[in-house]
Design a protein around this ligand. Sequence first.
Ligand SMILES: Nc1ncnc2c1ncn2[C@@H]1O[C@H](COP(=O)(O)OP(=O)(O)OP(=O)(O)O)[C@@H](O)[C@H]1O
Ligand SMILES: [Mg+2]
Length: 272
Amino acid sequence: MLDVREVTKIFGRKAAVDRVSFRIDGPAFVGIIGRSGAGKSTLLRMMNGLTPATSGKILVEDRDILALRGTDARAWQSDCAMIFQQFNLVPRMDVVSNVLHGILNRRSTILTLFNLWSRADILRALAILDRLGIAEQAPKRAEALSGGQQQRVAIARALMQNPRIILADEPIASLDPMNAQIVMDTLKRINVEDGRMVIANLHTLDTARRYCDRVIGMRDGRVVFDGLPSQLTTGVARDIYGADASFNEAATSTAIPADHAADARYAATMLA
Ligand SMILES: Nc1ncnc2c1ncn2[C@@H]1O[C@H](COP(=O)(O)OP(=O)(O)OP(=O)(O)O)[C@@H](O)[C@H]1O
Ligand SMILES: [Mg+2]
């Protein structure tokens, strides 16, 4: 269903994603792991068309989605919704309007300018919020919600697009453990109940183990592991996250965000 072939992204002289290939058949829940700078976000952004690839192909039903332009490219973006670490909601806008923005690129600018949504669209947005357990938040401003609730609004906005694939870039990196679990459970439900493929960049090994059918490990832009969560052994973690010395460096370096340092520490404890 999704066939990634030799996809490469070069920034300046550096290959952020270096000839990455994998194929996903059916509605799997796939986790992508790797340390900071491994190329995880760049890979997801190329899949969604947010970043143009330097070379390679991504075939979906024999169509190379990296070659799409104009309306076809926008249609593909609707088919694969993206969820971000920082939610990317409009903070001062109410929750239901944020969800309705999932179908923005199917509407005329005039209708959007005057905030004119059809009754059917509003009911669908409310039904999605209800399904995700946050219907009572619908009239509130997005900024008034907790992080976990905001991420569920972002998932609702993605579902409004009725996508075949959900791409999630570190969806729980800004959340406390309880909200992280709620958000991951929500993504899993959508995967299992709706049969939508989910590809999530994750920053902890235990989240990948717990939720994913398959894990892809990246290092320096390359795929260094592609297998089942149960195959994520200590040796494999070492391959993905680097040798012991770099754990210390990652754990103490101020250049690496706290969550990645935590991940490196986590992996280091696995190696101990
Ligand atoms: N727009 C850009 N311009 C130049 N270099 C970039 C750009 N985006 C990413 N890079 C570089 O590409 C490499 C991969 O970055 P990417 O953000 O994909 O990594 P990541 O695995 O998502 O890391 P993190 O876990 O920190 O989010 C890094 O070396 C990064 O500095
Ligand atoms: Mg990233």
